[in-house]
Design a binder for this molecule. Structure first.
Ligand code: UD1
Ligand code: CA
Length: 498
């Protein structure tokens, strides 16, 4: 009786060329839902917790191997030699396992592809469970398609038992009528697989070692071969070109959103909302139309995101709202508001109940609780305390042309419109700055910093210097209407004292 704990080895085939992508990038490195196809494939099989996992590479070897090692450092990279075909790919992986083990491995071997990104761990578990319960030598995952062109066809006896697989190019007209296809995903008994591959030749229409031939070989040896038929064709679908890639991407996104909606997330318009597979959302999060959440973005309870946000690796705290914002590598704490039209760059931390408003760009800036940067500005390489109000149009001049410098602004600060912080500079707690101040020197706590010269009004200047202009005429009319003598000057100091 085979035990549930029997050894599991996994082989992911990733040596193919994928020429129909018409891309300099290897096919399986093309991304959907925030991961390359090979990333989805690896995570589906890694979740089975196999004893060993190999990926077979050949085409674009360096790029593909590097990405696989980055995604799954424990994966064994196996090089396929010049012998073509899926059979050879599996054979070299099996040999690598045997070498690493120091003796032929046994147990169960799962073979999967690097380009079937919607395949789930659950379906693989089912395949393995059937294989073990029924003591099969081979269990193949199949699907029944309207158009089976190009696929290997499942050959069955009159009683319905699986007899083997015929590749499309080798099939007779009658065999091409068969609509049950080989997904290319199988579970094998390790010893049977090793022995079967020894008998596989390249004597076929494509001159390749077909893995599919192992099924017929097993049947001939009197072993049990069976199929698990899935009615979810997406799970066995590979992306061979960019049209299929987009279709798979849209379907995966639909599935991701459906899972989040069932987990308590409101998605107002699933059609215009894109959520990567690694994003995490909480109950009662609302995603408004046109929002794209990428990478390790994490949104906490009651937060509202959108419309029209693109967020990559952004953390959003409870009940925060982020509207029409482009952000990456930022943290928005509970109750804070961002947008509309904000640009959050990496290292932005917005404190609880803080605000980053319209047309603000932030980078590498820590903003304390309840502090507000409401309109039109740039804050970079800065630290801002709590309960501070940064006026409209404020800018940290953090770059001297060579190096970046820090701006440190305290708590309870009020800065006037268009203040420029020429870093390095510090503004103490409770300090104010006047409108248009250019702060080149630090401001002590509680001080009002003014850097603009007092205003002077040159009376009549326009009338004298632009005679005959529309401005001069309007000015003359206004002055006459006010019955103010054009020769009497106003004392500027009296104005300032108000
Ligand atoms: C294969 C199956 C076919 C099945 C179809 C499902 C064989 C002989 N045929 O056909 O029955 O219906 O998949 O998609 O197995 N690969 C390697 N090394 C190679 C050749 C391929 O690693 O030498 C990898 C590819 O990268 C790919 C997978 O194996 O991930 C399938 O290869 P592909 O050329 O697409 O096989 P098909 O001819 O489509
Ligand atoms: Ca294929």
């Amino acid at each position: 009786m085979p035990s549930e704990a029997a050894e599991l080895s996994v082989i992911v085939l990733a040596a193919g060329a994928g020429t129909r992508m018409k891309s300099r990038k290897p096919k399986i490195l093309h991304e959907i839902a925030g991961l390359p196809m090979i990333g989805h494939a690896l995570s589906a099989v890694r979740s089975l917790e196999p004893q060993r996992l190999a990926a077979v590479v050949r085409h674009e070897r360096e790029l593909v191997a590097a990405k696989i090692s980055e995604l799954d450092p424990a994966a064994l990279i196996v090089d396929q030699d010049e012998v073509p075909g899926t059979g050879r790919a599996v054979q070299v992986a099996l040999q690598a396992f045997d070498v690493a083990q120091g003796e032929p491995i046994d147990g169960t071997v799962l073979v999967s592809y690097g380009d079937v990104p919607l395949l789930t761990t659950d379906l693989l578990r089912e395949l393995i469970a059937v294989h073990r319960q029924d003591s099969n030598a081979v269990t193949v995952l199949t699907a029944v398609l309207q158009d089976a062109t190009g696929y290997g066809r499942i050959l069955r006896s009159a009683e319905g038992t699986v007899l083997g697989i015929r590749e499309h190019k080798d099939a007779s007209d009658a065999e091409r009528e068969i609509r049950e296809i080989n997904s290319g995903i199988y579970v094998f008994d390790a010893a049977l697989l090793r022995e079967g591959l020894r008998q596989v030749t390249t004597d076929n229409a494509q001159g390749e070692m077909y893995l599919t031939d192992v099924l017929g070989i097993a049947v001939a040896a009197g072993r049990r071969v069976a199929a698990v038929v899935t009615d979810d064709r997406w799970q066995v679908e590979g992306a061979n070109d960019r049209v299929q890639l987009a279709a798979l991407g849209a379907e995966l996104n639909r599935r991701i959103l459906e899972a989040w909606m069932r987990a308590g997330v409101t998605v107002v318009d699933p059609g215009s909302t894109w959520v990567d597979v690694q994003v995490k959302l909480s109950e009662d999060v609302t995603l408004l139309p046109g929002s794209q959440l990428h990478g390790s973005t994490f949104v906490e309870r009651d937060a509202v995101v959108g419309p029209d946000c693109t967020l990559t690796d952004v953390q959003i705290g409870e009940a925060a709202t982020v509207t029409r914002t482009h952000g990456s590598g930022a943290i928005v704490l509970a109750g804070a508001t961002v947008g509309p039209f904000s640009y959050l760059r990496p290292g932005t931390v917005l404190g609880e109940a803080g605000k980053i408003g319209a047309f603000y760009e932030t980078k590498n800036v820590r903003i304390g609780a309840r502090s507000k940067l409401s309109h039109l500005g740039y804050a970079g390489d800065a630290e801002i305390g709590e309960d501070t109000n940064i006026g409209c149009g404020n800018i940290t001049a953090n770059y001297d042309g060579e190096k970046k410098h820090r701006t440190v602004i305290g708590s309870g600060v009020r800065t006037g419109s268009n203040t420029v912080f020429v870093a390095p500079v510090e503004v103490g707690d409770g300090a104010y700055s006047g409108a248009g101040a250019v702060l080149r020197k630090s401001v002590p706590p509680g001080a009002l910093a003014l850097s603009i010269a007092a205003q002077r009004n040159l009376e009549q200047w326009v009338i004298d210097h632009r005679p005959g202009s529309q401005s001069a005429e309007l000015a003359q009319a206004a002055l006459s209407a006010l019955e103010i003598s054009t020769h009497q000057s106003i004392d500027p100091s009296a104005e300032e004292g108000k």
